[in-house]
Design a protein around this ligand. Structure first.
Ligand SMILES: Nc1ncnc2c1ncn2[C@@H]1O[C@H](COP(=O)(O)OP(=O)(O)O)[C@@H](O)[C@H]1O
Ligand SMILES: [Mg+2]
Length: 392
């Protein structure tokens, strides 16, 4: 078992810096999700940890061992890719056993030079291999755990997409690695299977307790799977925290907009003092900042900031669980209603401001009609316009 530490990790390709000075500590047995939009450097970071990509600057530790110069096969990691290539002519059993059959360690007392020269001719004179019985034991135990025990003699083309994905996972599990690296392993599955396999992966992680770094661009996957989530943008780690802390306390506007769906509303607003409190004056409405945030917001008095309010924190006034006051009520016009079943997404307009609200489907809202809505300001956020950093 081992944690993974990235220190000032940087990767430069010819004209792109894909990973910029990343510092990240993944704890032993942790399931850490690295999430961010396409092209932000996730795969590059993972490939450096795997040893498939040379490090430009910085250090990678697996446990206490600096592995920058350790070859991929000696890093005690197993990687599952998005495009898991199974060997088409091999059975499930052979696909899972293949890597183990090849794995060898130099016999004690044998010289590596002699092994390099003659090892290809008489490998068993120089190397120890994993015994056949042990390989069988591992493949059988793993296939049982993954529900593949009835499929061991089939070829990949005789399997469903989900089963093939599980074989790819199994191939990684039988290696009994210290660390799992997974790069969008579910993105080739259809939506239903993805949700199922997501749950299976979480259960598997609980059972095996192997440190896992899981890369995805899907914030729902990140939120549901991660013990902690590292949000990345443009090669830079933006914030590392538990799913709930990221949702409730985003450190900057990028994280606020990336985590949560539909995305948080951002509204340009002037911070205005009135009646002993601070108000956000936006185009078409004015709402009061929570009094417990007044200290944080005070330096911005008379300046423009970005008010953040999540769609689920905007309520239809007629069915609102929080106290309704003139300070949190906004007269909106409903442009579009998107029914989602138990919820409805409303596209709202207030003056020149557009907002999305995620309300109970029983809403009285009608398209092209007025609808008073209430902001739960205790859940609001504010961001510095210049730095995008959270003010509160
Ligand atoms: N081998 C490479 N040569 C040049 N640029 C690359 C190479 N691999 C990745 N990049 C660039 O590095 C950036 C990050 O890519 P990648 O790590 O694949 O992102 P992600 O996995 O988050 O989608 C992108 O701009 C990509 O074009
Ligand atoms: Mg990628």
């Amino acid at each position: 078992m081992a944690g993974v530490t990235l220190r000032n990790l940087t990767k430069a390709f010819k004209n792109v810096i894909a990973v910029k000075n990343v510092n990240l500590e993944i704890h032993d047995k942790e399931f850490l999700v690295l999430v961010g939009p396409s092209g932000c450097g996730k795969t590059t970071a993972l490939r450096m940890i795997a040893g498939l990509e040379e490090v430009t600057e910085g250090e990678i530790y697996i446990g206490d061992r600096l592995v920058n110069d350790v070859s991929p096969k000696d890093r005690d990691i197993a990687m599952v890719f998005q495009n898991y290539a199974l060997y088409p002519h091999m059975t499930v059993y052979e696909n899972m056993a293949f890597g183990l059959k090849l794995r060898r360690t130099l016999k004690p007392g044998k010289s590596p030079v002699a092994a390099a020269l003659l090892g290809w001719l008489v490998p068993r004179a120089f190397y120890d291999f994993i015994p056949k019985d042990e390989i069988r034991r591992r493949v059988e135990a793993t296939s049982k755990m993954l529900g593949l025990d009835g499929r061991l003699n089939r070829k990949p083309k005789e399997l469903s997409g989900g089963e093939r994905q599980r074989v790819a996972l199994g191939r990684a599990i039988v290696r009994e690695p210290k660390v799992f690296l997974m790069d969008e392993p579910l993105s080739n599955l259809d939506a239903k299977l993805r949700v199922q396999t997501r749950a299976e992966l979480i259960k598997l992680h609980r059972r095996l307790g192997i440190t896992t770094i899981y890369v995805t661009h899907d914030q729902v996957e990140a939120m549901t799977m991660g013990d902690r989530i590292a949000v990345m943008n443009d090669g830079v780690i933006q914030q590392v925290d538990t799913p709930l802390n990221l949702y409730n306390h985003p450190a900057n506007r990028f994280v606020a907009g990336f985590i949560g769906s539909p995305a948080m509303n951002f509204v340009d607003a002037l911070v205005e003092p009135r009646d002993g409190g601070l108000y956000f004056k936006a185009d078409g409405f004015s709402v009061k900042a929570p009094s417990e945030k007044a200290d944080a917001l005070a330096p911005y008095t008379g300046k423009h900031v970005v008010l953040g309010i999540r769609p689920e924190d905007i309520f239809d006034k007629t069915m609102c669980p929080i106290a309704v006051t003139p300070d949190n009520t906004v007269e909106a016009v409903v442009d579009v209603i998107e029914p989602m079943g138990d919820r409805s997404h409303l596209s709202l307009r207030v003056g020149g401001t557009s907002l999305i609200a995620n309300v109970d489907a029983e809403t009285s809202a009608q398209e092209d009609s007025k609808l008073p809505v209430v902001f739960d300001m205790s859940k609001s956020h504010a961001f510095d316009k210049d730095t995008d950093r959270a003010i509160y």
